[in-house]
Design a binder for this molecule. Structure first.
Ligand SMILES: Cc1cc2nc3c(=O)[nH]c(=O)nc-3n(C[C@H](O)[C@H](O)[C@H](O)COP(=O)(O)OP(=O)(O)OC[C@H]3O[C@@H](n4cnc5c(N)ncnc54)[C@H](O)[C@@H]3O)c2cc1C
Length: 377
């Protein structure tokens, strides 16, 4: 490959955007394609807010990646003059024997991460926005916070363009074919010959022939916003992000960023599979709304428990809920990053960095063996 290889990035959600940024600043000639435009709301990288956590219930092996990601979020903020990550702390709330509560405590202890275990009485004083049963606890992660997804995608692509990347928006890649010297990428408007392809198509992975066999399923995730009675008590300076686990419900909870409402993403009402990501419904059914409202009424005493806004999004999931990151099985000069299974946003900068390393050097300094796409081959 030449000193400044020509690289196509297919998809500019958060993962493709970060990959384009890290590749371009290392001198690659980047062409970044998307069916839509940066910051759109039809995939996985939209919806006003995303959780950043360091004490990671999904596994201690992610902690080095999360630490590096936190530094890269700050670098992107500096490079683009954007405010993207607010460290407001994070809570995992539930019964002490809940699997998520057990997992965050184990991760914090195994990795020596700062955290506090708070009983229900103390939580009632410090975080009255949440109602806990007397036998529940909260685990506080001071290095957690909230990210702003749409500005983050746009900032990464702005930084990529500043470093020389070319964005090709509103052009779906219809065909990607291996050639004698690399790949040919075709849209309805043009064909482009490149040395390497990075696939970052999110839930659309199986639409692309080289990825057809990867086990990525598109699932619908719905978010609801509830008006806060006292907005000041629900802003980032007083309300951490939270993963709420209760015997009757479960959700992620985000402080107010719009000055009106807080957002929850219910987990207990299911994330149904969509046959095709393009079949994303644009609202939720009444049963879903009733379930979300009843969780808010029971567990969030400071909100009006009827949503004032609903957002629907589609994410790619794998059978083990861990992403597929690495060389495309059976292909040369092709890298894939997909199937982030509901927890990829916070890690996007480090995945962009390691994708750039894989393209430019064939290897990466980060330990991602457990994410190899070949594990399902
Ligand atoms: C509602 C919701 C809440 C979440 N909460 C969190 C959270 O709190 N914290 C966290 O860390 N993670 C969270 N996640 C997960 C995280 O947001 C995703 O893992 C991440 O956004 C995935 O980004 P992506 O770039 O892989 O996918 P996407 O954002 O879907 O991007 C894929 C892009 O590829 C484009 N594309 C696809 N096929 C083609 C083609 N053939 N040609 C051209 N373009 C193409 C699409 O248009 C799209 O723009 C959440 C996800 C959802 C949906």
């Amino acid at each position: 490959m030449s000193a400044s290889p020509r690289v196509a990035v297919v998809g500019t959600g958060v993962i493709g955007a970060m990959t384009a940024w890290r590749l371009a600043r290392r001198g690659a000639e980047v062409l970044a394609f998307d069916t839509y435009a940066p910051g759109h709301d039809r995939g996985a990288s939209a919806g006003e807010s995303r959780i950043f956590r360091t004490v990671y219930k999904e596994g201690a092996e992610y902690v080095p990646l999360l630490r590096r990601s936190a530094r890269l979020w700050r670098e992107l903020e500096r490079d683009t003059g954007s405010a993207l990550l607010t460290l407001c702390g994070g809570l995992t709330i539930g019964p002490p024997d809940d699997p998520d509560v057990v997992a965050v405590r184990a991760c914090a202890e195994d990795c020596g991460l700062d955290h506090e275990v708070i009983d229900a009485a103390e939580a009632a004083t410090r975080f009255p926005q949440h109602r806990l049963d007397p036998d529940e606890i909260a685990v506080f992660d001071p290095a957690a916070g909230v990210l702003r997804p749409e500005p983050a995608v746009q900032a990464a692509l702005r930084a990529a363009e500043t470093a020389g990347a070319r964005l090709v928006s509103y052009q779906r890649v219809d065909d990607v074919t291996e050639t004698a010297s690399g790949w040919r990428v075709s849209t309805a408007e043009a064909r482009h010959d490149v040395d390497h392809v990075v696939f970052a198509p999110g839930p659309w992975a199986r639409r692309l022939a080289p990825l057809r066999k990867l086990p990525v399923r598109a699932r619908l995730i719905t978010a609801c916003w509830f008006a806060a009675r006292d907005v000041a008590a629900h802003r980032t300076d007083r309300l951490p992000i939270a993963i709420r686990r209760h015997r009757t419900a479960g959700f992620s909870c985000f402080p107010s960023l719009d000055g009106v409402s807080i957002k929850i993403v219910p987990h207990h009402l299911g994330w149904p599979e969509l046959g095709d990501p393009d079949d994303l419904p644009r609202t939720a059914d009444v049963e879903f709304v009733r379930g979300a409202s009843s969780a808010a009424e029971r567990l969030l005493p400071g909100v009006v428990p009827h949503p004032i806004r609903i957002g629907t999004y589609v994410e790619g999931f794998t059978p083990d809920d861990h992403a597929l990151v690495g060389p495309v099985p059976g292909c040369s000069n092709a890298t894939v990053l997909t199937g982030f299974s509901g927890h990829g946003f916070k890690l996007a900068p480090v995945f962009g960095e390691l994708a750039a390393e894989l393209v430019l050097t064939g290897t990466t300094s980060h330990d991602i063996d457990t994410l190899a796409p070949s594990r399902f081959a």
